[in-house]
Design a protein around this ligand. Sequence first.
Ligand code: ADP
Ligand code: ASP
Ligand code: MG
Length: 416
Amino acid sequence: MQIFKFGGASVKDAAGVRNVAKILETVGYANTLIVISAMGKTTNALEVVVNSYFKEKDKLTESITEVRNFHYNIIKELFTDENHPVYWKVDGLFAELTSFLERNKSPKHSFVYDQIIGYGELISTTIISQYLNDNGIKNNWIDVRNLVKTDSNYRDAAINWEETQSNISSHVNKSLLNITQGFLGSDANFFTTTLGREGSDYTAAIFAYCLDAESVTIWKDVPGVLNADPRYFQHTQLLHKIPYKEAIELAFYGASVIHPKTLQPLQQKEIPLYVRSFVNPTAAGSAVCNTPELTPKVPCFILKKDQILLSFSSRDFSFIMEEGISYIFNSLHKYQMKVSVIQNSAISFSVCVDNKFDTLPQLLEKLEERFKVSVTQKVTLYTIRHATPEAIQEIETGKEVLLKQVAQDTVQIVVK
Ligand code: ADP
Ligand code: ASP
Ligand code: MG
């Protein structure tokens, strides 16, 4: 079996959906399971719905209408018959969403988030499955929540591998073309859960693992994995072959082209991951596979914007030792700060963090009781794998370097 994953960018409009059909016809779709994300920026739009529900009730209807209109415009372009069953199917999903919000009594933000956010994928797969069926690509729509089982850690649910494996083994008919949702699962009570933003790549890996697939292909708006994010770097190079370990490192440091959890299940079973262009589907793209060396072996750049650099020193000129560091880390953990770099010297201890949950004021209040803290906001962290002196210079030129850490294969530079 092969697993395909189409992300939001590949199905952001009617032309994107038509292109999916074209790709399937070009590259073949025998024994294939397709994982699909929400269309375009639908997940963000559904996050607005959730926020309106909790904070701005007067904007709730408008925010739902926006999601509905976006999909209706796509459907109208794809299905000329006004009585096509796709209309009542999609209407049914919107009716479910609204009725959930009307009936819901839970004040738990993450729970409500997952019950709402999942409609992006349910709607996109409904439309695409229907479109492909109408255009000669017969397929079987699967509700992924009946297969992928998770715990109840809403918004970042962990897979129950045993149950998921058993469901997938017994319910996926390998001889059909199957279409299912990325990013979603369900807990023991069959409430919808999500696997973390951008989690559809991970879904593809879960199916690949459980089905012992031959390969996973994720179709992107880029030619493959490049040595830097083309939104921020001009002269990028395509990485043809990437060892699993290297891809795990790149994803870990924040190369957003592959979701970090995707690679481990694939590496375990040595299932290759192809990253290919949906604009140019016959090009080879990149292969993450069992290969000894990164090819071509060039410096790879990863950029993380909007980081915060915190430097601690003690109030009495003593060193910050194990106990102090442990206190700092406990606090960072408590306020859900994601640490991206750590540096210790005799007089100060510095960390670069991602303030994802907007908890900086609370964190500082706690830490300033014990330490002098210097805070630099809006810094950028560059990570360079396989750095060369030229690559480092390219990053440093014209910027103020606040922290630099050189390890064997990885250089990290925090700049302002
Ligand atoms: P999807 O539609 O599957 O969700 P994403 O938007 O998550 O796709 O991923 C594709 C984007 O990842 C590209 O448009 C590109 O801007 C970005 N990106 C970041 N780092 C890299 C990289 N090293 N190589 C290629 N693309 C990258
Ligand atoms: N639709 C989800 C998101 O935007 C999952 C994904 O696209 O991978 O985060
Ligand atoms: Mg994505």
